[in-house]
Design a protein around this ligand. Structure first.
Ligand SMILES: *[C@@H]1O[C@H](CO)[C@@H](O)[C@H](O)[C@H]1NC(C)=O
Ligand SMILES: *[C@@H]1O[C@H](CO)[C@@H](O)[C@H](O)[C@H]1NC(C)=O
Length: 273
């Protein structure tokens, strides 16, 4: 084997090892999530007592969800209450409670998203691939951005609803993951300025409504524009989202071992095998 190639493979393994180290360290954090400081306890209880009577959908009534929410608001009870009332309005207007029963047959063929995958620890995983699909530019030209946004709500809240269902029998399942595969990325169809804002919508909805609810937000086969975009927005993301967000390039040698350690390869769409 030539020396340069060897050095490169060694380097990639080091990166991969570093990433796994970070990840296994953060799973201890998950167990510690339920340990509250005195200050957190006071804010959490105040927030919970004020907001609980107004909550209808089950997902929001979980202590862990409310705790993550108040933490995301830096323990500011007034702000958390205000933002959550806004969220309740959003949920009502967009029929989020029944979004899983809605007909999205106009979207599912051209904008596929798999949400029936479970990782090795039983957590739900959402999978989206741009390969031969997700021609966002066309949607934008058709003026269907609002429809797309609503569809994205289904994907992201759907994963959370799934998680809450699984949690009933496996209480240790408290997070979900998302995988974005940028295989077949095409600068015209996937990289137009309004397309880019669509990817951001995903992260925006997640941060706003489901803070700290993911284990991993993985991007694989990421082309340069995706790296650039993430570098630009990383500073405005919450610390938790930034930690969950892991970007891999097009080298399968690097991302495949990472995925295999977390998801049974048989459960992933053909493309990833
Ligand atoms: C939950 O517990 C089951 C049974 O002990 C275990 O197999 C699984 O890996 C755990 N999942 C998580 C997310 O810790
Ligand atoms: C999952 O189950 C545990 C233990 O019953 C609970 O504390 C937690 O709030 C549940 N819900 C979610 C969404 O993680």
């Amino acid at each position: 084997m030539n020396a340069q190639l060897f050095a490169l493979i060694f380097f990639l393994n080091v990166i991969n090892f570093a990433i796994s180290a970070v990840v296994s360290a953060s799973s201890d954090v998950v167990d510690k999530e339920l340990i509250l400081t005195e200050k957190e306890k006071i804010a959490f209880e105040k927030f919970r007592a004020a907001i609980m009577p107004k909550l209808e959908i089950e997902m929001m009534k979980h202590d862990l969800y409310l705790l993550r929410y108040i933490r995301a608001k830096n323990l500011n009870v007034e702000k958390a209450k205000r933002d959550m009332l806004e969220m309740l309005e959003f949920i009502r207007v967009n029929n989020i409670a029944t979004i899983m029963d809605e007909d999205f047959s106009d979207m599912t063929d051209d904008y596929p998203f798999d949400m029936d995958i479970l990782d090795l620890k039983g957590r739900p995983v959402g999978y989206l691939s741009t390969d031969g699909a997700w021609n966002i530019r066309r949607l934008v030209l058709q003026g269907k951005q609002a429809r797309l946004r609503h569809y994205l709500c289904k994907l992201i809240f759907g994963l959370m609803f799934k998680l809450v269902e699984i949690n009933k029998t496996q209480p240790n399942v408290t997070k979900f993951s998302m995988i974005f595969n940028f295989d077949g990325f095409n600068a015209v169809q996937h990289g137009c300025p309004l397309c880019v804002s669509t990817y951001l919508t995903f992260l925006e909805l997640y941060e706003k409504y489901l803070p700290a609810c993911t284990e991993d937000i993985l991007m694989i086969n990421s082309p340069t524009p995706v790296y650039m975009l993430i570098n630009i927005i990383r500073p405005v993301l919450s610390e938790h989202t930034s930690r969950a967000l892991k970007i891999f390039g097009q080298n399968k040698r690097v991302w495949k071992p990472y995925l295999d350690a977390r998801i049974d390869p048989d459960k992933l769409p053909d493309l990833l095998e």
